[in-house]
Structure formats: C-alpha cells, structure tokens
Design a protein around this ligand. Structure first.
Ligand code: GLN
Length: 447
C-alpha cells in the first residue's frame, strides 16, 4: 500500500485518481496482514485495487465524474465491491472516467482528462481512462472498470494493458451507476491474464440484487489448465478494410494472424456485412437507455441542486442544466427523441431488431469458430484536445468494440506491441456467451 501511495503521489499529474483512500487502505492492509498471519486470508489478500468512479462503495463518495453527483456519498456498496472486500482485496481509491461513462477519451470527465503514461500529451482512452492509466503506471495492481461499448477494452488498448468485458449477466450490476442497463458490465483491467482471471472469478456470479445476473455457477478461471488445442479463429474481412483503420494497427493485426497461424491455429476471414450498422444501432439504444436512466437526477433525490431554482420545475431545469456536461446532455436529448411517440418505431424499435440480427449473425460465426479477432480500436491514443468537434466521428471510433456489447458476449483486449512513436496497440478476441474461461486460457498462451 505504501508503495502504491508513493507512486500515486509521484504520478499525480496523470490525473488517474479522483480520490485516494490512503488511511483506510493502510488500515485494511494491517487487517489483511493479520489474516495472512492467522492463515485465514482470502483469495485476493494484498491485491491493491482501484475502482472506477461509477462503482458504489458504502460511505464513500461516488460521482460518475459528473458535477450532478459531486459530493454524493453512497449508502451501500456494489456487489462487486462487497466481493472484492470479502476476499481481502484492498481498495485504494476511485478512478477518473468520462462523465457517466459516456465517451472514449476520458475528456468528458468533470475532473478533466487523464494523461496516458506512455506519452502525457495523449489521451488515456475511455471511459475507464483512470483505471487503465492507474494499472499502466503502476498506481495500483489492478482496477475495475465498466464496459458498455468498449470502455474497459479501448483504454486498456491505449495503455498497453489487459481489459476484459464479461458476458452480459456474468457480473452483477448492483451498485454500478447505470448508463445503458442492457449493455453495462463490470470488467477487470490488469497487467497480466492471471490477475484478470482471479478477479473475474471473485466478482462474477448470481446476485439476489440484480435479476439480470445469470444464475450460472462460476468456473475456476484462475485454476483452469491451459489447453493445448488447435483453435479456429475468424477475423472480419470488412474490419480489415474499414476506412480509418490506422496502417500500423493493420500491420500489427496481420502480424498477429501470422503468429497464430504459425502456432498451428486456423485463422480465416469471414464476412460480416452488418459491421456498418453496429455503431448506429449501439448509439440509438444506449442513448435511449441513458435518457431513461438519467431521469433520476432531478435535483431532488441525489447530488447537485441548483441554488437558482424557485419551484419544482425550475429545480429540475436549473439543476440538470448546471449539473450535466455537454456530451451527457446531447445523449439525453437524442435518447428522448428516439423514444418519443412518432419516432419510437422508426428508431428505437428498428434498432432493437437490428441488434437481434447482429447478435444472431455474431453467434452464427461463433458456432463455427472458437473466437472472432478484431483490432480493439482503429487508431492508437490521440492527442488530448484533438478529438473531433463532430460527435459522430468520435462515435465511429467505437466500431470494433460495440459488436461484443450488442451481442452480449465476452471480449478481451490484449497488448499488441507499440507503434513507431511508442504508443501501445491492442488486439481483441471475442468469445462465446459465458466462454470467459476459454478466452482467458487462450490469452494466457497468447500473451
Ligand atoms: N465510447 C462508448 C460510448 O461512449 C463506450 C462507453 C462505455 O463503454 N462506457 O458509449
């Protein structure tokens, strides 16, 4: 704990943490030490972990990096936090992220962008940018992020670490500040595959507080033997030819194909004609869900209340106008639009149908192949402040991560070397529903 606290203060300029629980972490460490001495310590004893600032921890602030929740203190802990603590992990602080996890560069955070430790002029990625940089820079051993459409995987790729999005329903969402409830999943960001496996094993499983958490029992991801098996892996031909794919990422991807083939695996192109629809479908559905989820921030029940209000309606208006940032407002407005009478069928209902097609087609590929491989992101980390003013351009950069989210399947981003300027690149593998064990075992050999 002292080691990480020192690292955190040395690397303060990265802006990875929103709050550090220094004294509490020291106390927790002493307690864990005595349990270790007594031989009663849990599986995660001594593991120093940071949590994204949209994961509730009883009696601690949680803000989703939004002004509207500034100074809000959670009265309960997320199930994932309870499970970490029950296995004697030490929670060292809460980590910066995009406001309400909406974004892919951590630039929409009320607390400002996070700097990439590989090059401090570059973004961390997002929305779990603080989590990825904290692991990259050695400010904690591992972190929990959340992934709605890539927010664990893409920042992991930008920072050269590992990010796993579990199957929808593998991990309880109880105590996670909702963005888009039919997509949100908690996932680990780690330096090595073994840490991702043991963390998933601890946080996964049924939960009486989340009816969408699957009742399926949790395998021993951390103990699984590595199979010596020839795998069949598909890559999407449309992805390799997609506009905007950085040439160095393409090269790294092709190199990974060659390495896998050399190792005896079958790697084949398959066509996925729905690729151009994944981003529009994802954004229509997530904005609709977000507009509904964020209706609860009314200036009355939680967090920020404007001092300029005189009656109920002006409380809503002024508190929401002052409390939410521009990206969140844009999504609430667009989400409300696609759900409104007269547009619902044309947008929301249509997008639900396309989601089903994307899921079915993806599952068809996975009937024939063990995994689908994709680059994690079309570009490496870009310069802070350089993101386009056109939100559509930014949304399109999620092209490779949202397919797994729409299909509800697990996906892992693994480091794939650096580009010529020393920026990390990532490669992603998508597995079958509840196939985290296979993905993790494969990743152990691949990494
Ligand atoms: N960039 C995507 C979005 O803004 C993904 C965010 C996430 O996974 N939380 O919605």
């Amino acid at each position: 704990v002292e080691y990480y606290l020192n690292r955190i203060s040395e690397k303060q300029e990265l802006n990875a943490f929103v709050e550090v629980f220094a004294d509490e972490a020291r106390n927790q460490a002493l307690q864990v030490q005595s349990k270790i001495n007594a031989g009663t310590a849990g599986k995660l004893a001594g593991m120093v972990i940071g949590i994204k600032d949209n994961i509730c921890f009883k009696d601690h602030k949680v803000s989703a990096c939004s002004r509207i929740l500034e100074n809000y203190v959670s009265p309960f802990s997320a199930t994932v936090v309870e499970r970490l603590l029950a296995e004697d992990a030490i929670i060292i602080g809460r980590l910066n992220c995009d406001e309400f996890a909406m974004g892919a560069s951590n630039e929409s955070s009320y607390y400002g962008p996070v700097k990439n430790n590989a090059d401090q002029t570059k973004v961390s990625g997002g929305s779990s940018g603080g989590a990825a940089v904290a692991v990259q820079a050695g400010l904690c051993l591992a972190a929990l992020g959340t992934d709605t459409g890539g927010s664990v995987r893409q920042p992991a790729a930008f920072c050269g670490v590992i990010g796993l999005k579990p199957t929808y329903g593998r991990v309880s969402r109880h105590g996670i500040i909702s963005y888009a409830s039919s997509f949100d999943q908690v996932g680990p960001i780690t330096n090595c595959v073994e840490d991702a496996a043991i963390l998933l094993e601890v946080i996964a499983g049924p939960d009486q507080y989340d009816s969408t958490a699957s009742s399926k029992s949790v395998p021993s991801y951390s103990l699984d033997a590595i199979p010596d098996k020839r795998l069949k892996i598909a890559y999407l031909s449309e992805a390799l030819h997609s506009e905007g794919l950085d040439p160095e990422i393409k090269k790294a991807f092709e190199k990974s194909i060659a390495v896998l083939r050399e190792a005896g695996h079958v790697v084949e192109p398959v066509s996925f004609e729905l690729l151009e629809y994944v981003v529009p479908t994802y954004y229509i559905l997530t904005m609709a869900e977000a507009s509904s989820n964020l209706a609860r921030y009314d200036g009355v029940h939680f967090g920020y209340r404007s001092g300029r209000s005189s009656d109920l309606e002006s409380t809503y208006k002024t508190s929401r106008s002052e409390g939410f940032g521009p990206e969140v407002k844009r999504r609430i407005i667009l989400g409300t639009f696609v759900l409104s009478a007269g547009y619902y069928d044309a947008y929301y209902a249509k997008a639900q149908k396309v989601r089903r097609l994307i899921r079915d087609k993806t599952n068809d590929i996975l009937k024939e192949y063990d995994f689908i491989m994709l680059p994690t992101a079309p570009t490496p980390a870009f310069t802070i402040g350089e993101e386009s003013d056109d939100p559509v351009v930014n949304y399109l950069a999620d092209i490779f991560t949202v397919q797994a989210s729409l299909a509800g399947i697990p996906a892992i981003s693994l480091p794939a070397g650096n580009n010529k300027s020393g920026l990390p690149l990532g490669i992603q593998f998508l597995g079958k529903r509840f196939g985290e064990g296979d993905l993790l075992n494969f990743s152990k050999i691949y990494c």
